[in-house]
Structures are given as structure tokens and as C-alpha cells.
Design a protein around this ligand. Structure first.
Ligand SMILES: [Zn+2]
Length: 268
């Protein structure tokens, strides 16, 4: 049965990934994300029944539109495949329960933010603000009705909403400081996203999340500068690193926290 469920979640992930592509394409341009449904960027032809699983038709048609032959942006394919694999992984990690639903939702949110920041260098308030409200409401409901994601429950204090509020404050504060001292390095969007991530992961998991984001972002920037792929004037968006770190922390947060407290904290 597990294999069947994994396959189902893979297909569900592919479908959700195709919607994530639509959101990432249209939201920064202020277009409706509901209508029209996914269509070819060249000929506007909608996806037909033959393309229910666009990953396979993409491979089959070698990345071209079935109707007009235009090359379809590769990102559409990778996001669908990535989300499909992610959903199968999440099912394997959590099993079929509400925890899976919450984590899957947050992952989709972080993937959308990652893509938009990567391509447009913005983290839209239109996504971040409602997400902040959602994170507060779900943590409050979880505290009232006694459900809480495993990792957060294992590492935090008594109540999810308390962990979430402290985490949000720490995420906000940790990024506010460098932003005040190094102008141009960090934007308000990054600070707000860090606060959101703190709300989602809670305290103390916000610490490994920020650690991962800063280390991976710093290393990537250093490598890009060394290889002269970017120069000092190029802005390297930080949102994608924050988003990836948040997702990694949702899956492996308590392991990361243990590792940090054993290996990094003593050297500080
Ligand atoms: Zn076309």
C-alpha cells in the first residue's frame, strides 16, 4: 500500500508544483492566479487531458509545446518534478496526518517565495503578510486543541503559540541587526521572511534555521564572487537561502539543533 500512496503523493506534488509555477509567474505581475488555468506561454493553448501530468509530457515532447513548438521554460519542469519528489518524501517522513498537511503547505509557500525572490528580487507582502497571520492562527489553534508538529513539540516550550511568538521575534531581530549595520545587504523583505520563518519553526528551531540560511547564503556569495560569476555590486537575493533553510529545519530541525549545540555552540 505504501508504494501506491507514495505514487499518489508524487502525482499530487506534480499537480501542486504546476500551480506553484502559475503563482510564481503571475503573482509578481499582478495577474490572477485562478484564471486562466495553466497554458503555454507561446500559443496560450491550455493543457489538455494528454498533459495531465506535465512532467511526463515535458520529457516526451523534449521541453516543447505540443501545439506551437515553443521551448517551455525549464523551471516549470524542475519545479513540478521537485514538488512531486518533495511530496513523496513528506508522505514517507510524516505519514498520513495533519502534520503532513501543515508542513506540505509551508513548503509550497517557501518554494513560491524562493522562486519569486530568485527571479524578481522581491518577497511580496501579498504572500508574506497572509502567511504570518496563518502561522499565528495555526499555532494558536494547535495550542488550544493540542496538536503540534513533532519536531517543534520535541524541542520547544509548553505551547506552540509561545514557541512561535518567541521564534518570530528572534528571526526578526537576528536579521534586523545586520540590516541596520550593512546597508544594502539585507532588505525589509528578508527581515519579514525571517520573522515568518521564526513563527513557523518556533523557538529554538529558529536558531538552526537562521544559522543554515546565513552559512549557505554566505558561502554561495563567496563562491560566486571567487568564480567572478557575480561582482560586489550584484545583489544576491537572500530569500531563497532563508526559504531552503526553513524547509530543511521543518524536516530535520531537532537533529540540526543537537548538532549545533554539540559542535558550534561550544566554540562561540
Ligand atoms: Zn504553445
Amino acid at each position: 500500500m505504501t508504494g501506491l500512496w507514495l505514487a499518489l503523493f508524487f502525482l499530487l506534488g506534480a499537480t501542486v508544483g504546476s500551480f506553484i509555477n502559475v503563482v510564481a509567474d503571475r503573482l509578481p505581475e499582478g495577474k490572477s492566479i485562478i484564471s486562466p488555468p495553466s497554458h503555454c506561454p507561446g500559443c496560450q493553448q491550455g493543457l489538455s487531458a494528454k498533459d495531465v501530468i506535465p512532467i511526463f509530457s515535458y520529457l516526451w515532447l523534449k521541453g516543447r509545446c505540443r501545439y506551437c513548438g515553443i521551448t517551455i521554460p525549464r523551471r516549470l519542469f524542475w519545479v513540478e518534478l521537485g514538488t512531486a519528489i518533495l511530496f513523496a518524501f513528506l508522505y514517507g517522513h510524516y505519514g498520513l496526518n495533519w502534520e503532513l498537511a501543515i508542513v506540505a503547505f509551508y513548503c509550497c509557500l517557501f518554494i513560491v517565495l524562493l522562486l519569486i525572490d530568485l527571479e524578481h528580487n522581491i518577497l511580496p507582502n501579498k504572500i508574506v503578510y497572509p502567511a504570518v497571520i496563518f502561522a499565528i492562527v495555526i499555532a494558536a489553534l494547535g495550542s488550544i486543541f493540542g496538536f503540534e508538529p513533532r519536531d517543534i513539540a520535541d524541542t520547544g516550550f509548553r505551547l506552540w503559540i509561545v514557541d512561535a511568538t518567541i521564534g518570530g521575534g528572534i528571526g526578526f531581530g537576528l536579521l534586523l541587526l545586520p540590516a541596520l549595520f550593512y546597508r544594502g545587504g539585507m532588505g525589509w523583505g528578508d527581515i519579514k521572511l525571517a520573522a515568518l520563518i521564526g513563527l513557523v519553526t518556533g523557538f529554538p528551531l529558529v536558531l538552526p534555521a537562521m544559522f543554515l540560511a546565513i552559512v549557505s547564503g554566505g558561502l554561495t556569495a563567496a563562491i560566486l564572487l571567487l568564480l567572478k560569476l557575480k561582482n560586489r555590486k550584484d545583489a544576491i537575493p537572500f530569500g531563497p537561502f532563508l526559504s531552503l533553510a526553513a524547509m530543511a529545519t521543518l524536516f530535520w530541525g531537532s537533529n540540526l539543533l543537537n548538532w549545533l549545540s554539540e559542535n558550534v555552540a561550544p566554540t562561540l
